[in-house]
Design a protein around this ligand. Structure first.
Ligand SMILES: Nc1ncnc2c1ncn2[C@@H]1O[C@H](COP(=O)(O)OP(=O)(O)OP(=O)(O)O)[C@@H](O)[C@H]1O
Ligand SMILES: [Mg+2]
Length: 245
């Protein structure tokens, strides 16, 4: 399997506050990689650093074998990395369809925006029904589907999705997971940040546990020791969590 994204010894944070401490991980092409971990562990910060939304202090981001550390966000998007952000970040005062069309705006995929819109509507029929409604009128689950649909309009090679299940009813969470599972089976490469470990493991190929700004566990989803994962997840003192060898 080809390595699509490689993160080496990444340090990043906010001003004088450092959050990621020499974090390393590898995302294989065509796989669904799940990143789990407690609140404040640095999961969102990692995705922001990959996208060039916050500066990297040291370490490397490589995408498709090319060094992309501190790359401009629009270049990352242009070259096929899509972030479906925590909190969805849809444009509430715009219609569902206009939100989707914004996703299809990069020049690389603009010629196919109409066809891609049809593909997104086929995947999320409720968005088609609500295409002329303001995004502010959507339910939480529909808003998440809109955020995912907008990301797919970018024809991503790598999809970074940050806590898509947050605040959703279990049945809707299952729907969101089923969509991610389907995208993986269609060959997309996905990084899923998720606090619901069991649901994430059910669809993932590989799992990383991030806490205290480090990877403290890395395993294939089928072979992972769930008890150990939960132990490290909930360990009181992050400093005592076993660092990965
Ligand atoms: N804009 C910011 N300015 C300063 N500190 C921040 C900012 N955003 C996040 N942090 C801090 O960085 C640390 C990591 O936060 P991050 O959002 O990456 O965690 P997370 O693993 O995504 O958590 P959650 O599961 O709650 O989403 C936290 O201590 C947080 O308070
Ligand atoms: Mg987060």
């Amino acid at each position: 399997m080809a390595k699509l994204l490689e993160i080496d010894n990444l340090r990043a944070g906010y001003g004088s506050i450092n959050v990621l401490w020499d974090l390393s991980l590898t995302i294989e092409e065509g796989r669904l990689t799940c990143i789990v971990g407690p609140n404040g562990g640095g999961k969102t910060t990692l995705l922001r650093a990959i996208m060039g939304l916050i500066p990297v202090a040291s370490g490397q981001v490589r995408f498709q074998g090319l060094e992309r550390t501190n790359e401009k966000t629009w270049v990352m998007v242009r070259d096929g990395v899509t972030l479906i952000p925590e909190g969805r970040m849809i444009f509430r005062d715009m219609t569902v369809e206009d939100n989707l069309l914004i996703g299809g705006f990069p020049a690389r995929c603009r010629p196919r925006a109409k066809a891609n819109l049809g593909m997104v509507y086929d995947m999320f029929p409720r968005l088609r029904e609500r295409r002329d409604q303001l995004a502010s009128s959507l339910s939480g689950g529909e808003a998440q589907m809109l955020a995912m649909g907008r990301g797919l309009m970018e024809e991503p090679k790598l999809i970074l999705v940050d806590e898509p299940s947050l605040g959703l009813a279990p049945v809707i969470v299952d729907e969101v997971m089923a969509i991610l599972d389907r995208l993986r089976r269609e060959g997309k490469t996905i990084v899923l940040v998720e606090q619901n470990t069991n649901k994430a493991l059910a669809i993932a190929d590989h799992v990383y546990l991030v806490r205290g700004g480090k990877v403290v566990m890395s395993d294939t989803a089928t072979e992972v020791d769930v008890d150990r994962l939960h132990h490290l997840y909930f360990a009181r003192d992050a400093v005592n969590a076993e660092p990965m060898a």
